[in-house]
Design a protein around this ligand. Structure first.
Ligand SMILES: [Zn+2]
Length: 152
C-alpha cells in the first residue's frame, strides 16, 4: 500500500506527493508554496484539465460551463458552495467549454452545464443541467460510493 498520494497543485499544476495522514487542508505546494486546497474550484484550460484528471489520486469533479449560458452562471455559486464541502476530498475544476473544444468532443458534451465526476482517469458519473449545492454534494458522494463499491 502506498503511503502517499499524488495531488496536482491548483496554482502551478505541479504534481505533489502528500502523505495520506497529513491533513490536505494545511498542505502547501512544494513548487509554488501556495495552499494545495483553498475551498474554491479551480479554473482550468484543456491542458490543466488533462493534467488534473491524469495525475490526481483523489476524485475530480468538473463543471463544464460557458459564460453565455444562463443556467451555468446560476449554478456557479452553487458549485462554489459545493467546493467548500467537498474540498479536499475531491478536486473541483471549472472548464469553460468555449475554450475546450477537444475535451468537449472527447467527452461528448452535448449540453451545459454538465458535471463530470472522474476517478483514476475514468469518468464515473455525469449529470447535465443545473443543480443546487446540496444536490451537487449528494450526487458526488453517491457517485463515489458506487464507484468504490464497483471498482475498489
Ligand atoms: Zn504549486
Amino acid at each position: 500500500m502506498s503511503t502517499t498520494r499524488q495531488i496536482v497543485c491548483g496554482s502551478c499544476g505541479r504534481v505533489n506527493r502528500l502523505p495520506v495522514e497529513r491533513a490536505a487542508e494545511g498542505a502547501r505546494c512544494g513548487a509554488c508554496h501556495q495552499p494545495m486546497f483553498t475551498g474554491h474550484p479551480i479554473e482550468v484550460d484543456e491542458e490543466a484539465f488533462s493534467r488534473h484528471v491524469a495525475n490526481n489520486d483523489i476524485p475530480v469533479l468538473v463543471d463544464v460551463w460557458a459564460p453565455w449560458c444562463g443556467p451555468c452562471r446560476a449554478m456557479a455559486p452553487m458549485f462554489e458552495r459545493a467546493a467548500q464541502q467537498l474540498d479536499p476530498k475531491v478536486r473541483l475544476l471549472k472548464l469553460n467549454s468555449d475554450n475546450a473544444p477537444s475535451v468537449s468532443s472527447r467527452f461528448n458534451i452535448s449540453g451545459i452545464p454538465t458535471l463530470l465526476l472522474m476517478r483514476g482517469g475514468r469518468e464515473i458519473a455525469r449529470q447535465a443541467g443545473a443543480m443546487d449545492a446540496r444536490s451537487i454534494v449528494a450526487w458526488t458522494e453517491a457517485g463515489l460510493t458506487r464507484s468504490e463499491r464497483d471498482h475498489p
